[in-house]
Design a protein around this ligand. Structure first.
Ligand code: ATP
Length: 628
């Protein structure tokens, strides 16, 4: 027992944390405000279960981002010395379940998790095939509605309530995705839930697989995810951990109401983690005073565990440029005092105002980077390498194979078109179509020879999957396909080549880290990478001041935070739900460990803007500098 209550760095759990770690045999709701040690508590709960003799394979810990699951895996590894394969994102868990069961819905188990770009292209094709005028339809809005329907608890009812021609488009899209061996990001939950609801065997198998289910950031679940979690968690040890005050993703259909639903459905024991270790007194009081204005919430009464007072400063400026220049000057001063750059973040509601601060920082030669911009996963070389290992592991994954064919000298665009036609006409994968083309000599000369060679190389790599770690498989595939020569050809000079090579090394390192913490599984790695590519974010964080949107900042912490654009109409936003807007501000405020600056400009695009009244709601704790 001692082991589970004394973790890394000799950290002693407080009484509520201990209770959350040790409670068994009842559903559990752990309400945890910012910095109250929820990651630490979950990791200790897992360690305690393992300490009691539980099989690690029987523990499923669900997070909502890959970053969070990687952090949790690392924490558990450091506490137990064990690599847990089931500390996963909710989408990753579903992807793995679907690989075993999706054939029951008529899909290929080698399905490709389509990128937004791929699924939007398929959506456009469907619209054209139905005979609708693409120009009159908003593809983004349609894709958004498709996603929203899939995130509902009862998507069929929702679909039936939509007016013509939406249901036709939805059905055509689902069918075309299926016939092309693809599913989209929301299908991971939607199809998994469909299987759990409609197929008792899948449900029984999934329930059998785990005895303990722990969900982190539970407030981020949408209704479909909640259904899924509650299907899996019935009659199991289920513990959900969340903070309704940090529910900020209603645009993705998440709702803080899932916590009340869980209480109604499971009658859980409720434990509130009250002690906040991250926030100094002034910031904790300001944040609490702000969030208290929300009426629909679970009260948490946070207590400060820190001795430090902290620092909160509110500053008003004439223009956004002046606001940006202030941030840059203050950053220089902080750096001179020894605050490292990567401990400073600028948070803004949208990318555009962050770009103004970026310009000010650059003017003063301060390195900075915007997070979540061009995704690492979208880089050409990263996509090529992922396609190579995907085509090795999942030969029937047609989009991956198509990419490999495009990389292979000798296989022309016309040859690929022909293979696609064969696949469509025969309702088979591209791989099978390639086999048919070779067998019946549909292709001649160089194209036929190159196609045969590409398939042979993949076949030769396949048995090596079992012997090699993922990064070595990447190296072997690069060699087999002479990928580095290809990289040289597509690079704009030696420095570009080196940069691209660096990205491939980063990718290999990510694969090593993945295997180190969660064990060897190539398909899991492929699933998780496809999910990360859709969720976005930069995996490898390099130095510099970070510029992040408020929505992207949840779960992060910095010594110093600048929360910019705190004016009426921006936060709270004119179109936003007031309580969610307040939660967004709360998330921003609670990212700072030491100093928080809240700034706003008075004139924006020739209009006078008032300071956000959320600042007034933070109350009397503001320091003298706030009276600007
Ligand atoms: N019992 C404890 N004693 C001392 N420090 C603790 C204790 N529990 C947690 N901490 C520390 O508090 C900090 C916040 O913990 P953790 O990251 O687990 O919080 P969190 O609730 O997940 O935060 P967030 O609100 O960002 O999700 C960490 O530095 C952690 O080590």
């Amino acid at each position: 027992m001692r082991r589970c209550c004394m973790g890394r760095r000799g950290l002693l759990l407080n009484d509520e944390q201990k209770e959350a770690v040790l409670t068994r045999d009842v559903p559990l709701l752990i309400l945890a405000g910012p910095g109250t040690g929820k990651t630490e508590t979950i990791a200790h709960r897992i360690a305690a279960l393992i300490g009691e003799g539980e099989d690690p394979e029987k523990i499923l810990a669900i997070t909502f981002t890959n970053k969070a699951s990687q952090a949790m895996r690392d924490r558990v590894l450091s506490l137990t010395g064990k690599r847990l394969s089931w500390i996963r994102t909710i989408h990753g868990t579903c992807a793995q379940l679907l690989r075993s069961h999706i054939h029951k819905l008529g899909y290929n188990t080698a399905f490709n998790i389509a990128s937004m770009e791929q699924s939007n292209k398929i959506l456009k094709d469907c619209i054209r095939e139905i005979g609708l005028n693409e120009a009159l339809l908003d593809i983004r809005e349609l894709a958004g509605t498709i996603a929203r329907i899939k995130s509902k608890a009862k998507p069929e009812e929702q679909l039936a309530s939509e007016s013509h021609p939406f249901p036709e488009i939805f059905n055509a899209y689902q069918e075309k995705m299926r016939s092309q061996g693809c599913i989209d990001f929301n299908d991971l939950i939607y199809l998994c839930l469909k299987l759990l609801k409609e197929d008792p065997n899948t449900l029984a198998e999934a329930r059998d697989q785990w005895r303990h289910i722990i969900i982190d950031e539970f407030q981020d679940s949408d209704p479909a995810q909640y259904q899924l979690i509650s299907h899996l968690g019935r009659e199991r040890g289920i513990a959900v951990v969340g903070d309704d005050d940090q529910s900020i993703y209603s645009f993705r259909s998440s709702t803080p109401e899932v916590i009340a639903l869980f209480v109604a459905d499971f009658s859980p024991k409720i434990i509130t983690l009250k002690k906040s270790y991250r926030l100094p007194r002034i910031l904790l009081e300001a944040a609490s005073s702000l969030i208290r204005n929300n009426l629909k919430r679970f009260e948490k009464e946070l207590v400060c565990a820190q001795e430090a007072e902290g620092h909160l400063e509110v500053r008003g400026f004439g223009s956004e440029t002046e606001e940006g220049d202030f941030v840059a000057q203050e950053v220089l001063a902080l750096q001179a005092q020894g605050v490292p750059s990567d401990e400073i973040a600028v948070l803004g509601r949208r990318h555009a105002p962050l770009a103004i601060v970026e310009a000010s920082l650059k003017k003063m030669n301060i390195p900075c980077r915007k997070m979540g911009e061009r995704s690492f996963y979208e880089l050409r070389e990263v996509r090529d390498m992922m396609a190579l290992i995907t085509a090795v592991a999942l030969p029937e994954n047609s989009p991956a194979l198509e990419r490999i064919f495009k990389l292979t000298p000798g296989i022309t665009a016309r040859a690929i078109d022909l293979l696609e036609d064969i696949a469509e006409q025969n309702e088979v994968s591209l791989y099978r179509a390639a086999e048919l083309a070779i067998e019946h000599q549909y292709l001649q000369g160089e194209a036929s020879k190159s196609l045969q060679e590409a398939l042979t190389r993949l076949d030769q790599l396949r048995p090596r999957m079992e012997q090699l770690c993922i990064s070595d498989l990447m190296r072997a595939a690069a060699k087999e396909f002479d990928y580095l020569s290809h990289l040289q050809k597509i690079s704009r000079g030696p420095s570009d080549y080196e940069k691209r090579l660096g990205h491939l090394k980063d990718l290999a390192q990510m694969a090593d880290q993945f295997e180190l913490s969660s064990g060897p599984s190539l398909t899991n790695f492929i699933n998780e990478m496809a999910i990360s590519a859709i969720q976005g974010g930069t995996p490898k964080e390099k130095g510099g001041i970070r510029l992040i949107t408020l929505h992207g900042a949840k779960g992060l912490e910095f010594r110093v935070v600048f929360l910019i654009g705190a004016f009426q109409g921006n936060i709270p936003h004119v179109k936003g739900n007031l309580e969610e807007e307040r939660r967004l501000m709360f998330v921003g405020v609670t990212r700072a460990k030491e100093r928080l600056y809240i700034t706003h400009a008075r004139y924006i695009q020739n209009e006078v803007r008032q300071r956000s009244y959320f600042v007034d709601e933070m109350g009397r704790m503001l320091s003298p500098k706030s009276q600007v």
